[in-house]
Design a protein around this ligand. Sequence first.
Ligand SMILES: NC(=O)C1=CN([C@@H]2O[C@H](COP(=O)(O)OP(=O)(O)OC[C@H]3O[C@@H](n4cnc5c(N)ncnc54)[C@H](OP(=O)(O)O)[C@@H]3O)[C@@H](O)[C@H]2O)C=CC1
Ligand SMILES: O=C(CO)COP(=O)(O)O
Length: 342
Amino acid sequence: MSQIRKVAVLGGGSFGTVIANMVAENGSDVRLWLRDPVLADEINQQHENTRYLPGYSLSRSLLASTSLKDVLSDVDLVFISIPSQSFRQVIQQARPFLKVDQMLVSTTKGIEAHTFRLMSEILREEMPSARIGVLSGPNLAKEVAAKQLTATVIASECAELRSEVQARLHSSYFRVYASSDTYGVELGGTLKNIYAIAAGLSAALGMGENTKSMLMTRSLAEMSRFAVSMGANPMTFIGLAGVGDLIVTCMSPLSRNYRVGYALGEGKSLEEAVEALGQVAEGVNTIKQVKEKASEMQIYMPLVSGLYEVVFNKAPIAEVVKMLMMSEQSTDVEFVLPREGL
Ligand SMILES: NC(=O)C1=CN([C@@H]2O[C@H](COP(=O)(O)OP(=O)(O)OC[C@H]3O[C@@H](n4cnc5c(N)ncnc54)[C@H](OP(=O)(O)O)[C@@H]3O)[C@@H](O)[C@H]2O)C=CC1
Ligand SMILES: O=C(CO)COP(=O)(O)O
């Protein structure tokens, strides 16, 4: 049994709360940091997070606090579940209370605007001697909270960190698989949010099952193509953090990214769709970041380009779909028949 005495989770949204609750139910001492004192009191007294996980009771041993100093004092393992746009700022706030070789695990599936940094890269820049990991996979927070059978991936170059995360989170309903491909696992969780928006859009437009299957499969091809160009291992994309997360997010209305796409398909504006959600949908920002990076690196990403036109330039969906369907015939699996081999 490991020697870890204390775990901290930064971010009291849907996923941070679920992670903290699983650690608490496994018997570890866990503190959850959030910035809303009313919600912190509610978690401590009513054992519920009514803002993000209404109706799910939380472990009585889960302690919430708005004090970073208290939450991080003497901890060994820290999970960070803060949306990408505030991630660096929160790490900078937390840094004075962290050990130099702290174990830090990001659960955030996004890209920092303007820098194209993934969260593990931000952690490396801000905490160069820390031991860093990424948790990602098909993990809809509400299903985990409901104890639906679930699996995830912990990716890190540090074997001790991988084992500690497995020990803290593994239970009869939650399996934690290990990987050393931090970048690939993180990229998979991040990129699939783009395609979940496209899937929600196509569902709202009443497209058929063939269409959904084509969309998901071509999304995987596009994700892998991008990942390979960025230096990631394409094999990671056949695992839980790649195709696994793509499937769940493209199929479930519990996904916030899917819901944004669905609202757009119903004719709502992007602003209306995001406001109605009231939670983070990382894919909206990710479309922009990936579109720019793909143009810069000349990576062929027709779905990202088409979705960008629909979401940000209000291009008529029917015209974008026609353009995608009528574009040059392509190859199925590029690693079998390269694009040039057409
Ligand atoms: N929900 C899910 O099913 C899953 C989510 N993820 C990923 O986890 C990350 C977090 O998502 P999730 O928990 O769902 O998001 P939510 O939108 O549910 O919650 C976001 C949380 O971050 C807090 N927050 C935002 N900015 C700051 C800040 N500057 N300082 C302090 N706290 C801040 C919010 O606080 P406040 O309420 O005060 O605004 C809130 O507690 C995302 O990248 C997401 O992709 C990963 C797997 C599954
Ligand atoms: O990443 C998720 C499931 O694995 C959650 O997706 P959303 O952020 O779209 O809700």
